[in-house]
Design a protein around this ligand. Structure first.
Ligand SMILES: *Cc1c(COP(=O)(O)O)cnc(C)c1O
Length: 225
């Protein structure tokens, strides 16, 4: 399948979810997650109108960035080691995986512009998941005001790996509640308007629950590995 064909199918599905859940299509941005595909396939996505690219490793990110440059928005979506920050910081538009103070310190130290960050939250409560625990989120947000280069634009989560739609939905719903809570505080450093949630298998549920950024790899650009 070409990216164009996949995108048409996905856009159709997004429209249908929006109709049944009262969402507005324009309020949902697609991030093409290109970690499993080549530079050529990534360029194909950009040619058919994708404007947001996501990578989860600094190697893959840099390889593609060197070839493609800064015309799309670049999203770093994977867990980020502090020592890798300096490699990507001037090239990235959004970091989706802010999950500890030491990482915020490093970002703030290296950044030459404001970096839009999502705080990754362990909204499912699974032991193994990355992310800040919901109970610690407010304290963490408070701490972020010390870092003038960091703007908290929203929250990100990954749903548990399960067939159980209710469990997935519960996780997304929880993230939205947390987002609404934080947003209502009106912190200048944390407008927190966005929700990065939903992947190939669960993006429709995520949209129903309020996602503003969905991260699509396999269903959009495929998996060449
Ligand atoms: C790989 C990845 C995705 C995309 O996964 P698909 O299931 O292929 O759509 C989304 N978010 C993160 C954080 C990822 O690592």
């Amino acid at each position: 399948m070409t990216v164009r064909q996949n995108l048409e199918e996905i856009n159709k599905r997004i429209s249908e979810v929006c109709v049944r859940s009262g969402r507005i299509v324009e309020n949902i941005s697609i991030i093409a997650v290109t970690k499993y595909v080549s530079i050529e396939r990534t360029k194909e996505a950009i040619e058919v109108g994708i404007t947001n690219i996501g990578e989860n490793r600094d190697e893959g990110f840099l390889k593609k960035w060197e070839e493609i440059g800064s015309s799309p928005k670049w999203h770093f979506i994977g867990s980020l080691q502090s020592r890798k920050v300096k490699n990507i910081i001037d090239k990235v538009d959004f970091i989706h995986s802010l999950d500890r103070v030491s990482l915020a310190e490093e970002i703030d130290k290296r950044a030459t512009k404001k970096i839009k960050c999502f705080i990754q939250v362990n909204a499912s409560g699974e032991q193994s998941k990355h992310g800040i625990e919901p109970e610690q989120l407010f304290e963490f947000i408070e701490q972020m005001k010390n870092f003038s280069s960091i703007e908290i634009v929203g929250l990100m989560t990954m749903a548990p790996f399960t067939e159980d739609e209710n469990v997935i939905r519960e996780c997304f719903r929880k993230l939205k509640q947390l987002r609404d809570d934080i947003h209502s505080h009106g912190f200048p450093h944390a407008p927190c308007t966005e929700l990065s949630m939903g992947m190939s298998n669960d993006f429709e549920i995520a949209i129903e629950e309020g996602a503003t950024f969905i991260r699509l790899g396999t269903s959009l650009v495929g998996n060449e590995r």
